[in-house]
Design a protein around this ligand. Structure first.
Ligand SMILES: Cc1cc2nc3c(=O)[nH]c(=O)nc-3n(C[C@H](O)[C@H](O)[C@H](O)COP(=O)(O)OP(=O)(O)OC[C@H]3O[C@@H](n4cnc5c(N)ncnc54)[C@H](O)[C@@H]3O)c2cc1C
Length: 381
């Protein structure tokens, strides 16, 4: 595994589970995870997608996450992830209501619990909301959020307990033939031979893929997350999202979230724009929830989305047309924490059985990149 964030650690855990006796090794240069996306994530997990693969990965991952502390605790170490079943609420203007209802139809057909709320229903349920300009909303009550740090370390510790080795080093090159990867070269000079290699390097996955001669359209996209409190008492909110990419939820005595700027320049930029909350986030949240007129931002941090520039969906699978033992699991574009359990298991299935045995993720494979055929989500990102 190249990269030991939540995705690489999930692959490592499932690989050691599905391939007993295999020697599984994760190369991760920074075990403090200072810049890793996982530790900067907001923790949200939701089923409100439109691609069946994303919905199915969410359902499987949510089931795994709900049971995480039971499945992943070690005799001497609990695996707490502070799961909060706070729900997700997508809100749309009248012109988008039909599309939202169509999305809900897809979600229900795959077994999701979703309630469609009228503006009056929204107001009754969430008294602070202003329903001005809203056609309705979709509430998924079994969605929620967890602690991304706990999730990553739960996977990592359990993987280590199952024999996985974490190597404190950086992959800087690879030895490849015309059809397969033979070995990885590390910054320390060490060479690791491997039968299977997995690129799980998050926002760095594009650079890592280039070491194998693989063009992977995954780029770092800076996103701000803010912790803020209301000026007046308010009810607790689910994870609220709208079409302008406002996204926030209750957290402790306040709220956590922001407004995603999908046009932010790509690059490894962690600088914080301290004017962003007042300029962009505050007008959006105060318009929709008037008690947030007097919101106070206490902290802003930045992190990277590993943005798939082709279509915003992850690339998951083997490089079937060239290096057949090189696997990619990256480009989640803001959904990698919630999909880490299912995606990790999927890659482990490919390694162990040569095919998917639980969720068929073939449509998320690298072939769509090679053929330049985007596969997009239709719902809110
Ligand atoms: C502000 C913010 C909020 C978010 N909110 C959510 C959310 O609510 N829900 C959700 O599901 N997702 C969310 N995300 C997205 C989520 O954080 C990512 O999709 C997820 O963490 C990706 O995990 P990863 O393991 O692939 O990447 P990372 O956690 O970044 O791990 C990649 C690892 O690869 C290592 N690496 C890099 N280069 C090399 C190399 N050459 N050799 C070896 N290792 C290398 C890095 O050191 C790093 O530790 C959010 C992201 C941000 C920034």
């Amino acid at each position: 595994m190249i990269g030991g964030g939540v995705v690489g650690s999930s692959v490592a855990y499932f690989a050691s589970d599905l391939c007993p006796g295999a020697r599984v090794c994760v190369v991760e240069p920074d075990s403090t995870y200072e810049f890793a996306s996982t530790l900067r994530a907001s923790g949200g997990c939701r089923v409100q997608f439109t691609c069946p693969e994303n919905i199915d990965m969410s359902l499987a991952s949510l089931a795994f996450i709900r049971n995480f502390s039971k499945t992943m605790s070690l005799p001497d170490r609990p695996a707490e992830i502070d799961w909060v079943e706070g729900g997700y609420l997508f809100i749309v203007p009248p012109a988008q209501l039909k599309a939202l209802e169509a999305n809900v139809g897809i979600q229900r057909s795959r077994g999701c619990e979703v309630n469609v709320l009228s503006p009056a229903g929204l107001k009754e349920r969430f008294p602070s909301i202003s329903v001005d300009g809203l056609g309705g909303g979709a509430l998924t009550p079994r969605d929620g959020w967890c602690d991304p740090n706990g999730l990553l370390w739960g996977f990592r510790r359990k993987a280590q307990a199952q024999g996985v080795t974490y190597v404190d080093d950086r992959v800087v090159g690879a030895d490849v033939t015309a059809t397969e990867v033979k070995a990885l070269r590390l910054a320390s000079g060490t060479r690791i031979e491997a039968a299977h290699v997995v690129n799980a390097a998050g926002a760095w996955a594009g650079d890592v893929a280039a070491m194998f001669g693989m063009p992977l359209p995954v780029a770092p996209l800076r996103r701000f997350e803010h912790y803020f409190t209301a000026g007046a008492p308010m009810e607790r909110l689910p994870y609220v999202k709208d079409l302008q990419r406002m996204a926030f939820r209750s957290e402790g005595a306040g709220f956590s979230g922001g407004v995603v700027d999908g046009d932010a320049p790509r690059g490894f930029d962690f600088d914080v724009d301290h004017g962003y909350f007042e300029r962009v986030v505050w007008p959006a949240i105060a318009h929709r929830f008037p008690p947030l007129e007097a919101a106070k931002c206490h902290r802003t941090w930045s992190g990277l989305y590993e943005q798939c520039e082709l279509d915003g969906n992850p690339v998951i699978g083997r490089w079937n047309r060239r290096l057949r033992n090189l696997y990619t699991v990256a480009g989640f574009s803001g959904h990698g924490m919630m999909h880490a359990p299912a995606a990790g298991r999927a890659i482990a299935e490919l390694i162990a059985h040569g095919r998917y045995t639980t969720i068929d993720l073939a449509r998320l494979g690298y072939e769509r990149v090679e053929d330049n055929v985007p596969y997009r989500e239709k719902g809110i990102l």
